[in-house]
Design a protein around this ligand. Sequence first.
Ligand SMILES: Cc1ncc(C[n+]2csc(CCO)c2C)c(N)n1
Length: 240
Amino acid sequence: MTFSTELIEAGTPVLNHIMAHPFVKGIGDGKLSKQALMFYVIQDYNYLNEFLHSDAVALLKSTSREDMQIISQQIDFLLNSESEAHRNFCEVAGTSYASLQGQPMTPTTKLYTNHMLETLKSGDLIDIIAAMTPCPWTYGEIGDRLVEQGKNTADNVFTPWIELYANDDDADETPEQFPFFDILDREAPKYSRERLDQVKRSFLESCEFEWDFWEQSFYQKDWQFLPGVVLPVNTAAKAK
Ligand SMILES: Cc1ncc(C[n+]2csc(CCO)c2C)c(N)n1
């Protein structure tokens, strides 16, 4: 069994929970509250900035042009295509994208991005890619499964979001669709079983953070701040 197959098998229960999450179901049914959509976009903008930093370090640790190409494609998607997904949510929420940028990170966004950034400090390429892979993997799967369920209808307001993340219909579910898995499979044989278990754990932590991200957005889980705390002006995270 390849290492990527092992990771996919281990991550599938989390993916199933993500598919059952009310936010993801809401995308499929074209129904989500304005508050949930805005919260998601604010936090995802923060998340994607840190994902870009992770890509930058992954690029720095790459030794082949092939890997550099894969990582640069991810950066290109993130900078040039992924904003379309945010714009789709903003349009439905009836707000402008610009108004949702530059707000503080919530605890969950901090934990998830810190998990990725921590691996950058001390990890090898395999550690960095493993922590980053659940992001494109789970979104590709969400897109594919919602298309399989026939949710990308003309009258679903979230069809542009679904179609951005769904992979081509004629392609099978193979790791080739997620080139990060290729890098993991190539790097894995260089490591002991014990070391690979650490990598797998890190992948699973990111899978769980993906679920947490939907959860925090659906319920708008923000900092509580204890009674009596007065925040500095312009640092309240909640969108008005
Ligand atoms: C919390 C969160 N997780 C995953 C994605 C999806 N995503 C982020 S970058 C990228 C392409 C580079 O791999 C993809 C598919 C997201 N937007 N937000």
